[in-house]
Design a protein around this ligand. Structure first.
Ligand code: 5GP
Length: 206
């Protein structure tokens, strides 16, 4: 059997609860590895280098591009964001299901490079609920929230290229649904062609 991990790309509207979902998956199940991206944006309050992101200068980031150290990268609101290759490769080989929380351009590049990757788009149940969550979080003024919501509408462009839509209404349920979705990917016939070929050859020998 092919025991290689599944590559899972998670995107979604800001405020959809992707971060919470990722953390819950990592805490609840032990088959996941979360990729930490490199970025040129500065750390926000409470963020640590090597935990949320690897914070890089533009020069350092461009050197990573030149040396082919990234699986994919994209520019988002004036900054580079990219997925380091080494961690993804080694974790998948070790049988871990690797989670990439990245935006849509990067997601599509991953699909091109790894057609077997699973693309999941996370959304809140409604625009009203998204607004309510952002307001309740209380971290941003209302103008910023409204601006984020308009941007969220743009973030859905390209969503038809994703494989699955996950509505985050209840976080615990959403975590379990996501887990089962990913686990079912391990059973895809296309991931086990070598195994099937071998078993068919063995059958002929009887
Ligand atoms: P933020 O600055 O809010 O942490 O992230 C901005 C956007 O960049 C989010 O949509 C996030 O998913 C995306 N992002 C984070 N890391 C990567 C990455 O490695 N590659 C790509 N393409 N997007 C990323």
């Amino acid at each position: 059997m092919n025991n290689q991990g599944v590559l899972v790309v998670v995107s979604g509207f800001s405020g959809a609860g992707k971060g919470t979902l990722m953390k819950a998956l990592l805490t609840k199940y032990d088959n996941y590895a979360l990729s930490i991206s490199a970025t040129t944006r500065g750390p926000r309050d409470g963020e640590e280098d090597g935990r949320e992101y690897f914070f890089k200068t533009r020069e350092e980031f461009e050197e990573m591009i030149e040396n082919d150290l990234l699986v994919e990268y994209a520019q988002y609101v004036g900054n580079y964001y990219g997925t380091p290759k080494e961690y993804v490769d080694s974790s998948m080989k070790a049988g871990k299901d690797v989670l990439l929380e990245i935006e849509i351009q990067g997601a599509l590049k991953i699909k091109e490079k790894f057609p077997e990757a699973v693309l999941v788009f996370v959304t809140p149940p409604s625009a009203e609920e998204l607004r309510r969550r952002l307001v309740n979080r209380g971290t941003e003024p209302i103008e910023t929230i409204n601006a984020r919501l308009s941007r969220a509408a743009k973030e859905a462009e390209g969503i038809e290229n994703y494989d699955f839509l996950l509505v985050n209404d209840d976080i615990d349920e959403c975590v379990d649904r996501m887990h089962h979705l990913i686990q079912s990917m391990h059973a895809k016939v296309s991931s086990h062609l070598t195994f099937i070929r071998t078993i068919r050859e063995e059958m002929k020998d009887f």
